[in-house]
Ligand binder design. Structure first.
Ligand SMILES: Nc1ncnc2c1ncn2[C@@H]1O[C@H](COP(=O)(O)OP(=O)(O)OP(=O)(O)O)[C@@H](O)[C@H]1O
Ligand SMILES: [Mg+2]
Length: 483
């Protein structure tokens, strides 16, 4: 059975090597940011104090400062290993704080966000879901020296040939790539598979790229600064023309998470013969990530760290609505938090004293189960650093609404904004935020660009807040009882 050679990994003494190439982006998680897209960070000054309104964050200063402090410990690699628990009434910015934290961490430090109820699946064990989230939140920075061809693309010419199989259409027989560095130029004749990789990276002439010699992987570094434009606002990253020869040994730094390594190594690697291809189809091209595989990977990772080839980057695992977890998960968490490879964990909950899930049927508690603050067992609660979020004052609600209007591009008359802020204070911030977009649609339908007081009033009639809807139901109850 032939096995495709795994990408080069650092010289590993002893047995197993693992694939260190991260899998395609499909494995990364979608972030749920639509409602929080105005949040760009914690909005802290250099001395760690929270500014009244900055980076989209308004008020909630104590909680922001507390998280800022934890963030600086994390950056110094000195986090205490104790989880943070955010508690506060609904709509006080707990999820927003976690989003801000992930923004502050940047793209190099892994962040994994999940909601407590995600662990309940008919197919996967609860602890398995938690385990994989833990591993998504632990990064590994691997430094490898690889043989590469690097330079600015001066020529990119695919060469076509008749398709020998069908007679229709053309196939790419090879591709000619010209690369230029400060020292010289080189023309490479490359395999069609490299051309595919080039297309995936959307490389065009003038980009700086490198091609790994033994895997054919292509990475676009940026656009050559010879092409830099004068526009200030541009997403493009300009890089200088590489120095040295086109063909050289280069130290590459790769950021992967332990979960990436699990997935890359769980894929069946053998596989040209028909039985294993069938096997891959049946299993969706993937074998299960077993505990054994994880242990193997941990062992190799430990060795890389010892050899100084890799560095562990603990990231952040955020578990929202933590009261949705049950006793089994909490027991698992207690153990996982104490492992040396633990990420920095943040929980959030809006519950007060409530029953811990999974203890209802234990008996002995009158069928009520064990009640505990935030639905978290006391032993775990004891390990947490608790940060509270406070309800907002009217002024803060108004500023949040204003920020949101700016992000969504909605113009609102001051009187209408006042009315929305009143609503926010009376019922909830979320209710006021939810009225924003529909009221802009009502205004646009009426041919106006600015949301007026009447639009807001109309929507208040159309959509009830929780208080009014409870009243409606109470009335309904009273009426039905009369008959
Ligand atoms: N201090 C703030 N500054 C700016 N926007 C905020 C702030 N607090 C909350 N928001 C926004 O208000 C909305 C509700 O906040 P969020 O979802 O974070 O509440 P929560 O505390 O997680 O509530 P729940 O307990 O119901 O999950 C979000 O759109 C959030 O971005
Ligand atoms: Mg929330």
């Amino acid at each position: 059975m032939s096995t495709p050679a795994p990408p080069a990994v650092p010289p590993a003494s002893g047995s197993g090597t693992i694939i260190t190439q991260p899998p395609p982006p499909a494995a990364t998680r979608e972030s749920r940011i639509a409602t929080h897209s105005h949040i760009k960070g914690l909005g802290l000054a250099d001395d760690g104090t929270a500014m009244e309104s900055s980076q989209g964050f308004v008020g909630q200063r104590m909680a922001r400062e507390a998280l800022g402090l934890h963030l600086s410990l994390l950056r110094q690699g000195r986090h205490s290993g104790r989880p943070v628990l955010l508690v506060g009434p609904p709509g006080t910015g707990k999820t927003a704080l976690a989003v801000a934290l992930s923004q502050e961490l940047g793209s190099k430090v892994p962040f994994c966000g999940m909601v407590g109820s995600e662990v309940y699946s008919g197919e996967v064990k609860k602890t398995e879901v938690l385990g994989s989230c833990f591993r998504r939140a632990i990064g590994l920075r691997i430094k490898e020296t690889k043989e590469v061809y690097e330079g600015e693309v001066t020529e990119l010419t695919p060469s076509e040939a008749e398709n020998p199989l069908s007679g229709y259409g053309k196939t790419i027989s090879h591709v000619i790539v010209g690369l230029k560095t400060v020292k010289g130029t080189k023309q490479l004749r490359l395999d069609p598979s490299v051309y595919e990789a080039i297309q995936k990276e959307r490389v065009v002439v003038g980009d700086v790229i490198y091609i790994e010699a033994n895997t054919g992987a292509v990475k676009r570094v940026g656009r050559s600064d010879a092409y830099a434009s004068e526009y200030d606002l541009e997403a493009e990253e300009y890089v200088p023309l590489p120095k040295g020869d086109v063909h050289k040994r280069k130290e590459l730094v790769q950021d992967v998470t332990l979960h990436d390594l699990d997935m890359a190594n769980a894929r069946p690697q053998g596989g040209q013969d028909i039985m294993s291809v069938m096997g891959q189809l049946v299993k969706g091209g993937r074998t299960e990530v077993t505990d054994k595989l994880r242990r193997e990977i941990n062992k190799v990772v430990d060795r890389y760290i010892e050899q100084g080839v890799a560095e562990l980057v603990p990231g952040v695992l955020f578990i929202d609505e933590v009261h949705m977890l049950d006793m089994e998960c909490f027991t698992y968490l207690n153990r996982a938090l104490e492992s040396p490879m633990s990420p920095y964990v943040v929980f959030a909950s809006n519950r007060g004293i409530t029953t811990i899930r999974g203890t209802e049927y234990d008996g002995g508690y009158g069928g009520e189960g064990i009640r505990s603050p935030h639905g978290i067992p006391v032993d775990l609660l004891d390990r947490c650093m608790i940060v509270k979020t406070e309800p907002y004052a009217r002024g803060e609600i108004r500023t949040i609404l204003e920020t949101r209007c700016r992000v969504e591009g909605i113009q609102v008359a001051p009187a209408a904004l006042d009315r929305l802020a009143d609503e926010g204070e009376k019922s909830s911030l979320r209710y006021a935020l939810q009225l924003l977009t529909p009221s802009s649609i009502v205004a646009r339908t009426a041919g106006r660009t600015e949301v007026s007081l009447e639009d807001v009033a109309q929507l208040e009639d159309l959509f009830l807040d929780t208080k009014r809807s409870t009243l409606v139901l109470k009335d309904l109850d009273a009426n039905t009882k009369r008959y």
